[in-house]
Design a protein. Structure first.
Length: 248
C-alpha cells in the first residue's frame, strides 16, 4: 500500500514552493484552528495541534500567525469556526479523487469544487462514491539515501507499523493505522529518524493506469484542487508513472 502514495509525495514537495506564496500558510492556519477547536489550545495534550504547529514551523510560518490561529480555534479571537468535510469525485478517465476540506462556508466551497471538477474533465460525486477505494492511514516517507532501511523497519514494526515499502523513487514508506500514528511518530523521533514527510492520508488500495494524455489531464485537476484554499489534502488512485511525470 505504501507504494500507492506518490501523489502525497508530490504534494509535499510542491508545498515547499507554495509556502513562498503564502498559500500553504493559509492552509496550515486552518489546520491549527480546527485542531485547537476540537482538542484545545495546549499542544502538549493535543497531538493534532502539536503536529499542525510542527508543520507550520517547518515552512517558516511566523509565530504570531500560529498564535492567532490557536486563539481563533479556542474562541479567544473571532472568525475561527471551521467545518471538516470530505468531497469525492472522478477525474478524467474515471480515476477516483478525494478532497479533505476545512472551510468556514460550505455553501461557497461546494459550488467552487463542482465547477473545478467540471471545467477540468471530472465530476464531483456523491458521498461514498469512491471512499471505499481508499484506506485512511498514517504515512511516513524517508529518503533511502539518508536512512538505513533495516533500522527504519525495526523501529516501525516494533511500534505498530503495518507496512514498510521501498518505492520506485527510492523512498522508504511506512504506513500504520491512524490510531498508531502518534506513537510511531514519537518512536521515530526518539530514534532520531526524521521523515521527509508525515501525515494521516487517504491511501488508495490499488492504483489504476490511464494513457499519458488522460493522465496529464488528471494531474492538472489534482494540481488545481490542491491550490484551492479550502482543500487540505487531495488523494487519488491514479498510477503516477515516471512516463507520465516526464511528459507532464
Amino acid at each position: 500500500m505504501a507504494g500507492h502514495s506518490k501523489w502525497a509525495n508530490i504534494q509535499h514537495r510542491k508545498g515547499r514552493v507554495d509556502a513562498a506564496r503564502g498559500r500553504l500558510w493559509s492552509k496550515l492556519s486552518k489546520a491549527i484552528i480546527v485542531a485547537a477547536q476540537s482538542g484545545g489550545g495546549d499542544p502538549s495534550s493535543n497531538f493534532r495541534l502539536r503536529k499542525a504547529i510542527e508543520d507550520a514551523k517547518a515552512v517558516s510560518m511566523p509565530k504570531d500567525n500560529i498564535t492567532r490561529a490557536i486563539k481563533r480555534g479556542t474562541g479567544e479571537l473571532g472568525g475561527g469556526r471551521m467545518e471538516e468535510l470530505v468531497y469525492e469525485g472522478y477525474g478524467p478517465g474515471g480515476v477516483a479523487v478525494m478532497c479533505e476540506i476545512l472551510t468556514d462556508n460550505r455553501n461557497r466551497t461546494a459550488p467552487e469544487l463542482r465547477s473545478l471538477f467540471s471545467k477540468l474533465g471530472g465530476e464531483l460525486g456523491k458521498t461514498g462514491c469512491v471512499a471505499y477505494l481508499f484506506d485512511r492511514k498514517g504515512l511516513f516517507v524517508f529518503s533511502a539515501e539518508d536512512h538505513d532501511e533495516e533500522t527504519i523497519t525495526m523501529v516501525a514494526l516494533e511500534n505498530g507499523a503495518e507496512d514498510v515499502d521501498v518505492s520506485e523513487d527510492g523512498s522508504i514508506q511506512v504506513t500504520c493505522s491512524p490510531e498508531n500514528y502518534d506513537a510511531l511518530d514519537d518512536a521515530f523521533s526518539a530514534a532520531e529518524l526524521q521523515p521527509e514527510m508525515k501525515s494521516v492520508s487517504q491511501i488508495p488500495q490499488t492504483t489504476v493506469d490511464v494513457d499519458v494524455s488522460t493522465g496529464k489531464k488528471v494531474l492538472r485537476l489534482l494540481e488545481q484542487l490542491d491550490e484551492h484554499d479550502d482543500i487540505q489534502n487531495v488523494s487519488t488512485n491514479l498510477n503516477i508513472t515516471d512516463e507520465l511525470m516526464a511528459d507532464d
